[in-house]
Design a protein around this ligand. Structure first.
Ligand code: NAG
Ligand code: NAG
Ligand code: NAG
Length: 359
């Protein structure tokens, strides 16, 4: 066969393998979130998730919400858009995990907390991510990422997932800054941050390698979002401007991470086993309306304490709200001081479609 014929033959074979090949090559689909037809082989069947509140869908203990902490996912008004009441998600509705699962046509993985009632949905995977945590100890006494992976390993050792299940699975890993918040809150010196960032990224790299070594085919690892743009930081200046000093440190974290990920890929048989998820660029592009959704002031959150002493979810002894809530969370990018709204995550996920496609 000539080279051209070989290519044509390969394409034909791919088409035969892909039942819906014809429709994918003839039509353009605008909603990529439901479009699993791009796959020449097959999309992932199972999603495992590790990390913090950016990915958690219900693992923080119900009722546990120490004052001053950001653990409010089981408090009103969290979950008001979806499912209509608090569900353990740190948003008014769906979070990153839900959008990634939906992209592959999967049911969002069962939170580890609810595994006993997960039933047949366990085949879609498990979400081990817990709000407030990091790679090291943080301000909350909840399982760090190492412990989350230990738990995953125990389930594999117990036979819940076979090697074949793992071969068709992917992992999503988020690390959104709790280590750094904790470091600064515990009076770690600002000038010591670069060394601490280097340590945290090294631990993150150990963790993602371990997830892959356990048999998970692809591991998507999130970079840091622009922390200097979080409402927690920008509120002193009226939500007008991101803090460049903080974002420079974020970019340092991300540069270290992407370099390490590239090195991991070089030393792994599947040279695209580790997929960088660039939340930094996705957030900044979403702020500019590049996802197709314009946010009037993308830095202004929907839900915020009446003053710096309070946060979204605080009430006084008579039940009076000590926070202000916007009328329409789908019009704002941020939900609270740290977390995007469902609409914010939707915008970010739209911008990350080409990244998810690599999984
Ligand atoms: C994670 O938590 C466990 C249990 O508290 C602890 O033993 C371990 O040192 C922590 N891991 C890291 C990397 O800090
Ligand atoms: C940015 O954040 C740093 C660290 O918290 C702070 O020292 C600095 O004053 C902030 N810059 C601006 C312009 O607010
Ligand atoms: C914050 O608001 C509460 C309730 O309105 C008020 O009692 C308190 O004094 C305020 N605190 C500050 C620091 O402004």
């Amino acid at each position: 066969m000539s080279r051209k014929t070989v290519l044509a033959f390969d394409f034909l074979l791919l088409c035969l393998l892909t039942v819906l090949c014809r429709s994918s090559s003839l039509h353009h689909h605008h909603d990529h979130r439901h479009d699993t037809r791009r796959y020449a082989v097959s999309p992932p069947k199972t999603l495992f998730v590790f990390g913090d509140s950016y990915a958690d869908t219900g693992n923080t203990p119900i009722g546990y919400s120490p004052r001053g902490s950001s653990l409010a996912a089981w408090k009103v008004p969290y979950g008001e858009t979806f499912p209509g009441k608090p569900s353990g998600r740190f948003s008014d509705g769906h979070v990153l995990t839900d959008f990634v699962a939906n992209y592959f046509g999967l049911t969002s993985p069962v939170p580890y907390n609810f595994r006993k009632v997960g039933g047949s949905n366990l085949k879609f995977g498990i979400n081990f991510a817990i709000g407030g945590t990091g790679v090291f100890e943080t301000l909350v006494p909840l399982p760090n990422m190492t412990v989350q992976i230990d738990t995953f390993k125990q389930l594999i050792d117990g036979g819940l997932y076979t090697e074949a299940d793992l071969q068709s699975s992917v992992a999503l890993v988020t690390l959104s800054g709790n280590d750094y918040n904790s470091y600064l809150t515990k009076n770690g010196p600002f000038l010591g941050l670069p060394a601490y960032i280097t340590k945290a990224v090294a631990q993150l790299v150990v963790n993602i390698k371990r997830i892959h070594d356990l048999g998970v085919k692809k591991v998507a690892v999130a970079g840091l979002q622009p922390l200097g743009c979080l409402p927690q930081i920008t509120y002193t200046a009226g939500f007008q401007k991101c803090n460049g000093t903080i974002n420079a440190l974020v970019l340092f974290h991300n540069r270290l991470l992407w370099t390490a990920v590239a090195a991991l890929n070089i030393h792994t048989e599947d040279s695209s086993a580790f997929i960088p998820v660039d939340l930094y660029d996705a957030f900044l592009l979403a702020f500019k309306g590049k996802s197709g959704t314009m946010f009037a002031n993308p830095l202004q959150p929907c839900c915020i304490g009446v003053n710096a002493s309070y946060s979204c979810r605080d009430v006084d002894s008579t039940g009076l709200k000590l926070y202000e809530l916007c009328p329409d969370p789908s019009a704002t990018f941020f939900w609270d001081q740290f977390h995007p709204t469902q609409q914010g995550w939707k915008a970010v996920s739209t911008l990350l479609a080409s990244t998810f496609q690599k999984l």
